[in-house]
Design a protein around this ligand. Structure first.
Ligand SMILES: [Cu+2]
Length: 129
């Protein structure tokens, strides 16, 4: 009898624990966001600079910029950062994107090979410039 009771206890504890784990995972998952953003650029060096800019922000887990589609797929913790903050930072290092246009100064500071065609990505609203 004692043996049955203790194994029942064990099972109950196991169930409670696994429910808690499931709940914790669900809460975590909702703060992790993956966005696809338009970011202008040209070559492999641009790719490195754009992705490095992303990783400079807390909470960014994955960043991959494609030089053919000019899109950045970025995964981040929305509790720690936002797509807005990411795009702002990318503009600061010289890359126009869907939300922010880089300052001319930052653009002309790029290596010559990196001075991409600025007409390829249209910036919707450039409030900050
Ligand atoms: Cu480049």
């Amino acid at each position: 009898m004692k043996k049955i009771m203790s194994s029942l206890c064990f099972i109950a504890a196991f169930i409670v624990l696994s429910i808690q784990t499931t709940v914790a995972q669900t809460v975590d998952a909702t703060t992790i966001v993956t966005d696809t953003l338009s970011v202008n650029g040209d070559c492999g060096m641009c790719k490195k600079k754009i992705e490095t800019a992303c990783f400079g922000l807390k909470g960014v887990q994955k960043a991959n910029w494609d030089d053919e589609t000019l899109t950045l797929v970025v995964t981040y913790d929305s509790k720690k950062t936002s797509s807005d903050a990411i795009l702002k930072r990318i503009a600061l290092v010289g890359y126009d994107n869907e939300k922010y246009r880089a300052a001319d100064k930052a653009y002309f500071k790029l290596e010559e090979c990196c001075q991409y065609d600025r007409s390829r990505v249209t910036t919707v609203a450039s409030k900050k410039e």
